[in-house]
Ligand binder design. Sequence first.
Ligand code: SAM
Length: 243
Amino acid sequence: MTQPTDIRRALSHRPRLLDLFSCAGGAAMGYHRAGFEVTGVDIVDRPNYPFTFHQGDALQYLAALITSGEIGRFAGVHASPPCQAGCALTVGTNASQGWGGTHEDLVAPTRELLDRTGLPYVIEQPNGRARIRKDLSLCGEMFGLGVLRHRNFELGRWTIDRPAHPKHRGYVRGYRHGIYRDGPYVAAYGSGGGKATISEMQQAMGITWTDVREELTEAIPPAFSEYIGRALLTAVRPVEVAA
Ligand SMILES: C[S@@+](CC[C@H](N)C(=O)[O-])C[C@H]1O[C@@H](n2cnc3c(N)ncnc32)[C@H](O)[C@@H]1O
């Protein structure tokens, strides 16, 4: 029988992943399932985050880890810079604007710091940007989810196989232009117009540990990051062996 000490020992040998702009940990859960020990950072307190969590500005936190050399304790980094005007903004540069202020593109400064870590990294690319790097595009149908959730990812210092984009089974359920369509996928964003309820979003994405609507609408389905994490493990293993 597995003893608690065995579990602790097994966990302590997991490579560590830094999860920047973590929100409540949709991405984090997938990396955990893939085999990482995850540490999250978000500017908003996220009591539902299921792993070690630090509240603070992600870029300041990362810069401090680089300066102190403590970044060497991590094997890889995931970053999900905010993708809409309503997200919290960088402390220091935008503190006066707070929630709902003008959106500042945090992708470039995030990438700049991540390049300095020397670690393999993943940047979830904000939606609706014309010029983004799409090293990997994922869709919920690839994992049999009840949500499409198309997401693009930029990969730094490693590569991954791109899965084929399967044909969707039908419509995203809800109203568009005044017409209601039924379908196998829920709309896990916004509210009204037939958008998903909290329990529908939880079920569709496989996220059970938060019932906060904003956290669910922001989340990457864990199936996405588990796919990425399993591939990332093969990229970070040599680092672990050398450490
Ligand atoms: C797109 S969500 C991340 C979703 C997350 N990857 C998941 O799968 O659940 C972006 C998050 O960035 C946070 N955020 C915005 N500005 C930030 C900053 N300067 N430092 C840290 N977190 C920030 C927001 O509070 C929000 O939780």
